[in-house]
Design a binder for this molecule. Structure first.
Ligand code: FE2
Ligand code: FE2
Length: 490
């Protein structure tokens, strides 16, 4: 399975898990009723169109890729393309959200699919001139360029995206920019739990031109000194514990202690890359324990019902298990670690006036977005492990082809999907109990494009039509396009 279909398959499966945990899809009820701690075969699941597909078939093959792809993997934009403004056939009577362009009355917007069957009024364009000064009209079918759009547009319809250059001509070397290489390069960078694509002028000072120049699973991304190889993801595994907007983790000590003794990975042998990744994930899972502990206290303070407290307590127990598993994996891979002090867990709580809104913000970001994204990434990893060639790739030991790792990642993914569903339930309760404080938080939220197809329709449903009318634009309209990057390079 190639990576793009791996992502699409993971999104679909995680979406079905979240919806069934929310009781939205009756056909998945049985799946949710039996708590599953181990799902060894994600690959038994057919990667076929789901019941929510508008057409019931896979999208047609992509027509063309408008970016120049060089042999070393770099992608650049020789010239501006003209995009189609034809209606999106995925949006129609069967779709949820909007159904036709006529419903999108805001200037420059049209009804476009954000996923298999959810459509929203989003900005659209036919040429660069339809977009802002630091934007291009992107209708490339190159899947990396389509990241910002939430899905690859099969028909070449355009969407404005932020860009530091328009075409290669903007990047010609000259007196002011002697180091430019004459290429307007596509680069993808991580923004927390989502990924964002943009264009920047290549420079002979860049230390990479594409991901192929990077080793150890790192990606070629804009850094302080031009394009640099960086760790792919800063996305926390599970629910982050934020203090002053910064996710916190405990410092880890290089010893093997009680955190890594509960579980054993029999098939994993020492591997530096896998050990480091597992230790980092373990620290994040450990932080999630603190995040859920604080959430329980905040829910008690706000008078939450017992079911919500019980589910949150169960999620906390999941995170203890996740941390133990990840510490055990780190130990098996030759990187024994143990968490030290984690004083961030005792950080001051919000004041009573802002507690409901602050909790809603935290649940949205860490739960609805973060846990959804974590579930997708874990499932992608499970797919990657399963399909990795044998022996393991020398540059990415995390793809060691073991059933054990595959089951581990799938198990965690399923738990994180359940935690995402809990986040939506918690938010639903907060919306009902504290509408004045919480509705504005949800209406104004920025939905990462990477999870928009799953999250946007659920949030829109939670808000409800009456709240929409009272507060202005639907969340799906306001959310997706807010993933704005400042130009990365002038
Ligand atoms: Fe979680
Ligand atoms: Fe977790």
């Amino acid at each position: 399975m190639i990576p793009s279909s791996r992502r699409a398959a993971s999104v679909r499966l995680v979406q079905s898990w979240i919806l069934s945990a929310l009781g939205v899809s009756a056909c998945h009820a049985a799946e949710t009723a039996a708590p599953t701690t181990k799902v060894p075969e994600p690959f038994a699941v057919q990667i076929a169109p789901t019941a929510t597909s508008v057409h019931g078939t896979e999208p047609p093959p992509r027509k063309k890729v408008l970016l120049a792809l060089e042999a070393d993997g770099r992608r650049h934009r020789p010239e501006a393309e003209s995009c189609s403004d034809s209606p999106d056939p995925r949006c129609g009577p069967q779709s949820t959200g909007c159904h036709s362009d006529a419903e999108c009355t805001a200037p420059g917007t049209a009804c476009r699919a954000l996923g298999e069957s959810y459509c929203a009024c989003t900005s659209t364009c036919a040429a660069d001139s339809d977009c802002g000064a630091n934007q291009i009209c992107n209708c490339s079918t190159d899947e990396r360029a389509a990241f910002h759009y939430g899905s690859v547009d099969q028909e070449g319809r355009g969407a404005c995206m932020n860009a530091g250059c328009h075409t290669d001509a903007d990047c010609a070397p000259g007196p002011a920019n002697p180091h430019f290489t004459g290429e307007c390069l596509l680069v993808v960078r991580d923004v927390g739990c989502s990924t964002s694509a943009t264009f920047v002028c290549g420079s002979d000072k860049d230390s990479c031109k594409s991901d192929r120049d990077c080793t150890g699973g790192m990606k070629c991304m804009p850094g302080a000194n031009g394009l640099e190889c960086e760790e792919e993801s800063q996305c926390m595994e599970g629910r982050p514990l934020y203090v002053d907007e910064v996710p916190q983790t405990a410092d880890l000590r290089s010893i093997s202690g009680s955190w890594s003794r509960q579980y054993t990975f029999l098939s994993v042998s020492p591997d530096e890359s896998l050990g480091a990744a597992a230790a980092r994930a373990a620290a994040e899972e450990h932080a999630s324990i603190g995040a859920f502990a604080r959430t329980i206290v905040e829910l008690i303070a706000l008078g939450a019902p017992p079911d919500l407290l019980r589910e949150t307590q169960e999620a906390l127990a999941d995170e203890i298990r996740h941390a133990e598993l990840a510490f055990a994996l780190a130990r098996a891979a030759g990187s024994p670690r143990e968490p030290g002090l984690f004083l961030a867990a005792t950080a001051r709580f919000s004041s009573p006036d802002t507690l409901a809104a602050d909790l809603a913000r935290s649940v949205l970001r860490g739960g609805c977005f973060g846990e959804t994204e974590a579930a997708i990434r874990l499932l992608e990893r499970a797919f990657a492990v399963k399909s990795a060639p044998s022996p393991a790739s020398p540059t990415d030991a995390s793809e060691a082809p073991t059933e054990e790792l595959s089951a581990f990642y799938t198990d965690l993914s399923r738990d994180e999907a359940r935690h995402a569903a809990l986040a939506f339930r918690t938010l639903g309760w907060l919306l009902k109990a504290f509408p004045r404080e919480v509705v504005p938080v949800v209406v104004d939220v920025t939905i990462p494009a990477s999870v928009a197809s799953i999250v946007a329709p659920i949030l829109a449903g939670l808000l409800g039509d009456s709240v929409h009318a009272a507060e202005g634009a639907p969340v799906a309209e306001t959310g997706k396009e807010k993933i704005a990057d400042a130009p990365l390079r002038a």
